[in-house]
Design a protein around this ligand. Structure first.
Ligand code: IMP
Ligand code: MG
Length: 350
């Protein structure tokens, strides 16, 4: 047979992965998104949510703090998309595109929302937002304008012409061609407007269904819902946090973290299995990641193989896995995007 008539592509299988936060945001979705992009090289990485959510990526000795674009930018062959349900602020977006030199592979949907200065101003003097500990990035105000149908969208902005595409259509075509798509959620399940600790929540549904809806993908198209937990819980802003530690304890255990967007000290609590189980339920998670294992088991730092983990750390992970009833496929053991134990092959998961 002449090869001209038979094109056989190996390893080509459509795959749509949704990344979702399992607690209150800052679980390390940026790191996991970066790792998955480097490992899987998806055709598209899609950003949802908005600029109140900062994703941090460490890669090859550099640190990136992303507020508009997907963490998947670290994969140079991946095209970066911003969802129709997402909201951008033009100055923040343009700075990110310039600093990362990704203009030529970043696209927004025609319907992506635009946050204006006025939205930030409006939030500043809002006592309710002060009491819940908002990040005051104008996201809630812009969302409320969207609900009232007076928000400017990307299609109304001259500057963005040439960067606009039909994101749902592009994702659909990619899946039909057998390509892979990574959809990146923001914040965490318990900051969801519907399923979180209302009113101490953000202005959108942060669960997998909300994320898919923001992109324009129906629930049946998600092959994997990968929920990201951290080995301990952090929360910025107000609202309930069971088992919250006092400052001295946080410092003694070395669990001090600061917010990416606000620089605020994060509140800290131990891993909470009941919250984790509920998050798995609310998202129909099919697999889970746990980041910062090296923060609670120091000997785990930088390890890339499951068998090389200390017994105690492996037992801790397995115990959670048994209780949440989904495989823990990715384990973060250090700050770099590549500091990951990837168990997907061993566990026979996508
Ligand atoms: P807002 O969405 O900025 O109004 O903030 C509402 C609540 O969600 C506050 O407690 C914020 O600290 C929290 N929040 C918003 N975005 C993030 C995030 O990306 N990570 C963690 N917490 C967030
Ligand atoms: Mg964050």
């Amino acid at each position: 047979m002449n090869g001209k008539y038979h094109v056989i592509e190996f390893g080509c299988k459509e795959l749509l992965i949704v990344l979702v936060g399992g607690f209150f945001g800052d679980e390390g979705k940026g790191k996991i998104g970066a790792y998955l992009s480097l490992a899987n090289k998806p055709k598209y990485a899609v950003r949802t949510g908005s600029i109140n959510a900062g994703h941090t990526v460490y890669y090859e000795g550099k640190v990136y703090k992303l507020r508009s674009i997907p963490s998947g930018f670290v994969s140079p062959t991946t095209t970066l998309l911003i969802a129709p349900g997402a909201l951008v602020r033009l100055d923040v977006l343009m700075n990110e595109l310039r600093d990362l030199r990704i203009n030529d592979r970043t696209f927004l949907d025609f319907n992506t929302g635009i946050i204006e200065k006025e939205h930030v101003e409006r939030e500043k003097n809002d006592s309710m937002l002060t009491s819940i500990g908002s990040t005051f990035q104008g996201v809630g105000a812009a969302m409320s304008d969207r609900v009232l149908r007076r928000l400017r969208l990307a299609r109304d902005v001259d500057e963005l012409r040439g960067m606009l595409i039909d994101v749902p259509g592009a994702v659909r075509r990619a899946l039909e061609m057998g390509d892979e798509v990574l959809v990146e959620g923001t914040q965490g399940t318990f900051l969801s407007l519907y399923h979180g600790t209302y009113p101490y929540v953000t202005s959108r549904d942060t669960t997998a269904s909300g994320i898919l809806s923001e992109v324009g993908i129906g629930p049946k198209d998600a092959d994997e819902v990968l929920i990201v937990f951290k080995s301990f819980i952090t929360r910025v802003g107000e609202g309930p946090l069971e088992g919250e530690m006092v400052k001295e304890e946080i410092e003694k255990l070395g669990l001090v973290e600061k917010g990416t967007v606000t620089g605020r000290m994060r509140r800290v609590a131990p891993f909470n299995i009941d919250l984790a189980k509920r998050a798995v339920m609310l998202n129909s998670a099919t697999q889970a990641a746990i980041t910062k294992l090296d923060w609670i088991f120091k000997e785990a730092h930088g390890i890339n193989k499951w068998s090389a983990l200390p017994n105690e750390a492996r037992r801790w992970v397995e115990d959670i896995e048994n209780q949440i009833k989904v495989p823990i496929t990715l384990i973060g053991t250090g700050e770099d995007a590549m500091h990951v134990i990837d168990r997907r092959k061993d566990l026979g998961v996508n």
